[in-house]
Design a protein around this ligand. Sequence first.
Ligand code: HEM
Length: 413
Amino acid sequence: MLRAESGFSVLSDDYATDPYPYFAGLRERHPVHYEPAIDSYFLSRHQDVKRVLSDHQAFSTETLQVRAEPVMRGPVLAQMTGAEHTAKRKIVVRGFTGQALQDHVRAIHANAAELIAPFLPRGRVDLVNDFGKPLAVYVTLDVLGLDKKDWQQVADWHSGVAEFITSIVLTPERRRHCLDCAEQLEAYLVPIIEERRRRPGDDLISTLCTAEFDGIGMSNREVTALIINVLAASTEPADKTLALLVKHLVDHPEQLAQVRSDPALLPAAIAETLRYTPPVQLIPRSSEKDAEFAGTTVPAGATVFCMIGAANRDPNAFSAPDTFDIHRPDLGTARSFTAAAQHLAFGTGLHQCVGAAFARAEIETVAGMLLPLLDRVRFSPGFVYRETGLYTRGPASLSLDFAPVHEGAPRPA
Ligand code: HEM
C-alpha cells in the first residue's frame, strides 16, 4: 500500500497539475493507495475498479448521503437500489430516448449554432468558457423544460452544487456557499414543479411530476432531487468531453483530418476521448465488509475511490493505453456507449450512466457542426493548456484560432 509518508499524495499540487504520469506507478506498485488526510482508499487497476462498481452488495453508495444528498435536497439515483432505483431510472431515461432524443438533437444544434455565431467572424473562441459551458447548461435546461433566460443563474447555482459533490476537501465557508446555492436552486424549482403538476408539458420535469412509483406520485422533494441529479450529472462531463475531444484532435492533426473527411469516425473519436481522458475521474463507494485487493485489505466501512483515469489506461485492459488512437482495435466504439463498454468513463453496473447515449448524440451533433466551421483550427498563440479538477477533470480553457467565417451563423438542422 502506498502511504503518504512515501511522499506521494493524490492531494498534492503536482498530482492536481497532471495525474496521468502517476497512474502506471499506482497500478503497478501501489494498487491500493491509502490517503490518511481523508481516510480513503484509492484503487487504480481496471479489474479492481470494475469489481467495486459491479459488486453492489460489497460496495454501496452510502457515501453519497454526505457527499451529494445535502445539495441534491433529497436522495439521488445513485443512492437507490432495487425496485425504486429501476423504476426511477426508467422514468428519467424516458426524458432522453426515442422521440425525446430526436427533439433534443434539433435543439442542441440550434443552441450550438447560436452560441458559436458571434465568434466565427473573429476567428477565435475559448471553446470551454465562451461555448461549451453555456451550451451544456442550455442543453440540460431544454431537457428539463426550464427557461433559457435563467441559464446564468442556474449555472451559478449548479456550480455550487457541483463543487460540493466533487470537492475532496471543502472549507466551512465554501460548504456554506454550496449549500446556499442548493437552497436557492430548490426555491427556484419548487414553484415550477407545482406549475408542471397543474399543466404538464413534454419535458422531463413534467414526466417526473406525473410518473408514479408503486402507484404513488413523487413528492416535490423527490422530484427536486432528481432534477438536480440530472442537472449535476449531465452538465459538467458533457462540456468537458467536448473540449477534450477537440484538444486531442488538434494535438493529433492526422486524426483530425480523418474525422473531418469522414464524420462517421466521430463516435470513435468520442469513445477514445472518454477512454483516454475520462471527465469523471473518481467514483466513490463505501465498503460494506472487509475486501482484499492485490493482497491488501480494505476494511469494512471505508471510503473507496475508483480511479477511472488510471483504470482506463491499464495495459491489461487496453493495448498502448497512453496513446490516443481513434482506430485502436480494442476500442469497440459501438459498445463504448452501452453497458458492455470496456472503458469505465460511464462507470459500470447498476449505476452506470443513464445519459451515455444522450451524451454521445449531444457531442456528436456539436462536434459534427463545429469541425467544418473551424477551418485551420489551432491553439491560439501563447495559449497554455491547463486542466483542473481531481474528481471531474477537464480543460480550464481552450483558446482556438481558425480561419474567420464571414457568411454568418450555421443554419439550424
Ligand atoms: C460524456 C458525458 C458523461 C459522462 C462521462 C458521465 C459519467 C457518469 C458516471 C461515471 C456515472 C456513474 C456514477 C456512479 O457510479 O456513481 C454517471 C451516472 C449518471 N449519469 Fe452520466 N455522464 C455523462 C453524461 C450524462 C448525461 C448527458 C446525463 C443526462 C442526460 C447523465 C445522467 C446521469 C445520471 C442520472 C446518473 C446516475 C445513474 C444511476 O445512479 O443510476 N450523464 N454518469
